[in-house]
Design a protein around this ligand. Structure first.
Ligand code: KG4
Ligand code: ZN
Length: 331
């Protein structure tokens, strides 16, 4: 019999559960929370309440879709950090209770480590070492992965994350939250070189996106609403192009510094078609091997928690039942 793990993700505004056996994903269920749209961002208290409503049916569905019973489980993995404290607590308490009642080990997973290891889900996957550009709503990192559990952050944002840059500029353009996917959609019909926005000059492998937001803000303040509406596609394409260039330039630097030529992307922003196409073109030009997970494994999901949980299970890295999600999490 293989190792079967139930994984739970509840760090932000998706309640998700997945089951994997020996690293193969058997089910992957996600309930997204539409309640935040009207507020233009995630409202932490509403997120926790929605997790409480969703967690039992989502886990139930994941178990049924995997065609297993609770007695088949060998461990429970869950996202221990980082994330919204109230949201994390719902998943943590649920995972703890289930592990206690089934008398099976509990595995705490770092959400950002899981985004990187989402690249180990598809059959076409990188070997070690590889580089991963993890770009989400809260993080922007370049990670050097030497083995599943040996991950080092070699560059990261010093202010906003790439997802925030998308969402905040989208808001300035009058688009609803989350604006990242909408910028992507409008950008498809736009000219990426029509407008020029500031690109930061940050040393090393670190990123900065706050200057871009200010540059877009100052530009838009000088325009009429009619101009913005009639140039929306070009504005979106130009913003997207600037963000993608900032990301790709640092990736080139990271490959040059490490001489690692297997390059992956992860996190919600890796669903962006400009980034995906840009990375594929760059990889072909530079002779890199590029790995891009399916959309469903890019944005928050529990399959990535399951695969990370599986590798931690193999190393017997279990959590004590006194796990506290407000404590600083180790990878
Ligand atoms: O990884 P994720 O699902 O959640 C976090 O852990 O933050 O990332 C969410 C972020 C949001 O900022 C969202 O706007 C962005 O990913 N995003 C996109 C696209 N799809 C999601 N940004 C640009 N283009 C997309 N297609
Ligand atoms: Zn995430």
């Amino acid at each position: 019999m293989g190792v079967t793990i139930l994984a739970i993700e509840s760090s932000c505004d998706e309640t998700a559960a997945a089951v994997c056996t020996d690293g193969a994903i058997l089910s992957n269920i996600i309930a997204s929370q539409a309640v935040h749209e009207q507020y233009g961002g995630v409202v932490p208290e509403l997120a926790s309440r929605a997790h409480m409503q969703h967690i039992v049916p989502v886990v139930d569905q994941a178990i049924k879709a995997a065609n297993i019973g609770l007695s088949d489980l060998n461990a429970i993995a869950f996202t221990k950090a980082p994330g919204l404290i109230g949201s994390l607590l719902v998943g943590t308490q649920f995972a703890k209770s289930l592990s206690l009642s089934l008398q099976i080990p509990l595995i705490g997973v770092h959400h950002m480590q899981a985004h990187v290891l989402a690249n180990l889900i598809p059959t076409h996957q990188p070997s070690f070492p590889f580089l991963c550009l993890t770009v989400s709503g809260g993080h922007t990192q370049i990670v050097l992965a030497k083995s599943p559990l040996d991950l080092t952050v070699i560059g990261e944002t010093i202010d906003d994350a790439a997802g925030e840059a998308f969402d905040k500029t989208a808001k300035l353009l009058g688009l609803p939250y989350p604006g990242g996917p909408l910028i992507d959609q409008y950008a498809k019909q736009g000219d990426p070189l029509k407008f020029k926005f500031a690109e930061p000059q940050i040393p090393d492998l670190n990123f900065s996106f706050s200057g871009l937001k200010t540059s877009v803000l100052y530009f838009l303040q000088k325009q009429t609403p009619e101009f913005i509406a009639s140039n929306l596609a070009d504005l979106c394409a130009s913003v997207q192009h600037t963000i993608v260039q900032i990301l790709l330039k640092k990736l080139v630097k990271a490959v040059n510094q490490t001489n690692v030529k297997q390059v992956c992307i992860a996190g919600g922003v890796s669903a962006n078609s400009g980034l995906r196409n840009g990375l594929l073109a760059l990889g072909a030009k530079k002779g890199w091997e590029v790995f891009i997970p399916d959309f469903s494994y890019c944005t928050d999901n529990a399959a990535m928690i399951a695969i990370t949980g599986y590798h931690k299970f193999l190393q017997q890295q279990f959590e004590s039942l006194s796990v506290n999600p407000s404590a600083r999490a180790e990878w």
